[in-house]
Design a protein around this ligand. Structure first.
Ligand code: UDX
Length: 428
């Protein structure tokens, strides 16, 4: 099928490349000329494992092209809208890019097939697709579908090629048929429903996953006092298929471009309708205070961090990405600096981006360099480079062998046996 993807950010680019890999003819569109020039040369503006290789391959095969001009997409039967819906000042989703893209599509001439489906992949408040369809009413060649994405950064290509499920919201047989044809050959459960339900599924899924994490983080606080081990508790809980083993990892909190933004947007939406989502409110509270709670444990142990050197391992909001949006590391660096600590930080790829915000931190090129002379080390992002370490060398190089594992990813028991003072999140 001929498909245009408007917006070549993280979601748009991954969608464009994966649809090209499924054999469709794809045109990626973005207003930013420099980005399009870069993409045409097979260079990905974001770091995502496997993305650049697949991009190059698809460009070579000729079923992926890029343009700054929407008019180049006049033959596209499907128009994926993948533009950002950033957080507005009141927490709601800012739809200005989305609405501009829809109006660009509406002004295009009809494709020779006579019909076109506008597919909204951007995360939008429930009811947005219906409102857009209402605005386009009278244009018989345009249909509107909602098709939310569930991609995780760091494994986005894998998730796009083998999705957990495909959710399609529409109100016309022609739109469902086009979407069916598009995803023919993708082996995943499909939910076909209304646009509003599809939009709600996306927000509800992210809110639920965020809830699982904050629930475990709050239990981890209790676990610390009880002297129990939250990782073992999570393991035992996860064996119950009604609970499931995923997203039960306690840590220093969730970050990224989705959970923080989507939870506040859902709270905003609920508020507009006079509904209080009190659980979700608490989920956000726990997440906001989790880095400070963990830092307090460190301060207790060190009797304050002023004048001490702290090693910070991992800065990206999760491994395998250079994304630092809402990363817990930023809160940690800010608090540590405010309290007078000196910091040596390591991240395999995100250091340069963090440096722009925190120029007074020492950024080292190798994880072991961060530990040198440190009075304590904290793991914030569980990159394999930050986990698979030569602990013997590290112990000899630290000023004090104190480890604070903010992701419960270091081998606690082994480290204690090796003479380290080890503290995890909800496990001592
Ligand atoms: C998330 C959703 O998983 C994805 O379906 C949606 O499309 C976008 O938002 P992403 O933000 O890329 O994806 O990463 P994810 O793996 O979900 O992790 C989000 C954050 O939660 C990270 O900071 C991670 O460290 C944290 N997390 C995750 C935990 O603290 N504990 C867990 O058990 C799982």
């Amino acid at each position: 099928m001929k498909v245009a993807v408007i917006g070549t950010g993280y979601v748009g680019l991954t969608t464009a490349v994966s649809l090209a890999m499924h054999g469709h003819e794809i045109l990626g569109i973005d207003l930013v000329a420099a980005k399009i020039a870069q993409l045409r040369q097979g260079k990905s503006p974001i770091y995502e494992p496997g993305l650049e290789e697949a991009l190059t391959q698809m460009l070579e095969q000729g079923n992926l092209q890029f343009s700054t001009e929407i008019k180049d997409a006049s033959e596209a039967e499907m128009m994926f809208i993948c533009v950002g819906t950033p957080e507005a000042s009141d927490g709601s989703a800012d739809l200005s890019y989305l609405l501009a893209a829809v109006s660009d599509v509406a002004s295009l001439q009809q494709p020779s097939s006579g019909k076109r489906v506008i597919v909204i992949k951007s995360t939008v408040p429930v009811g947005t697709g219906d409102r857009i369809a209402e605005q386009l009413r009278g244009n018989d060649s345009l249909y509107v579908a909602s098709n939310p994405e569930f991609l995780r950064e760091g494994s986005a290509m894998q998730d796009a090629l083998n999705p957990s499920r495909i959710v399609i919201g529409a109100d016309h047989e022609a739109a469902f048929a086009a979407m069916e044809q598009l995803y023919k050959g993708v082996n995943a459960a499909k939910v076909t429903t209304t646009r509003a339900n599809a939009e709600f599924i996306k927000y509800a899924s992210n809110a639920f996953l965020a809830t699982k994490i904050s629930f475990m983080n709050e239990l981890a606080r209790l676990s610390t006092v009880l002297g129990t081990d939250i990782t073992t508790v999570a393991q035992g809980m996860g064996l119950d298929s009604r609970i499931g083993p995923e997203f039960l990892r306690a840590g220093v909190g969730y970050g990224g471009s989705c959970f923080p933004k989507d939870t506040i947007a859902l709270l905003q939406l609920a508020g507009q309708h006079g509904i209080s989502l009190s659980i979700l409110d608490k989920v956000r509270d726990v997440n906001t205070t989790q880095p400070a709670w963990f830092l307090e444990r460190l301060e207790e142990q060190l009797h304050g961090v002023a004048g001490k050197k702290i090693a910070v391992l991992g800065l990206a909001f999760k491994p395998d990405t250079d994304d630092i949006r809402e990363a817990p590391s930023l809160k940690m660096l800010e608090a540590l600096q405010k309290k007078g600590a000196s910091i040596a930080a390591y991240d395999p790829i995100a250091s340069a981006i963090v440096e722009a915000q925190f120029p007074n931190v020492e950024y080292v090129k190798h994880p072991s360099a961060a530990f040198k002379g440190a009075h304590a080390a904290m793991l914030i992002t569980e990159w394999k480079e930050c986990v698979q370490l030569d602990w013997k060398e590290i112990k000899a190089s630290m000023a004090a062998p104190i480890l604070f594992d903010g992701r419960n990813a270091w081998p606690g028991d082994l480290l204690k046996d090796a003479g380290f003072a080890y503290t995890g999140v909800g496990r001592s």
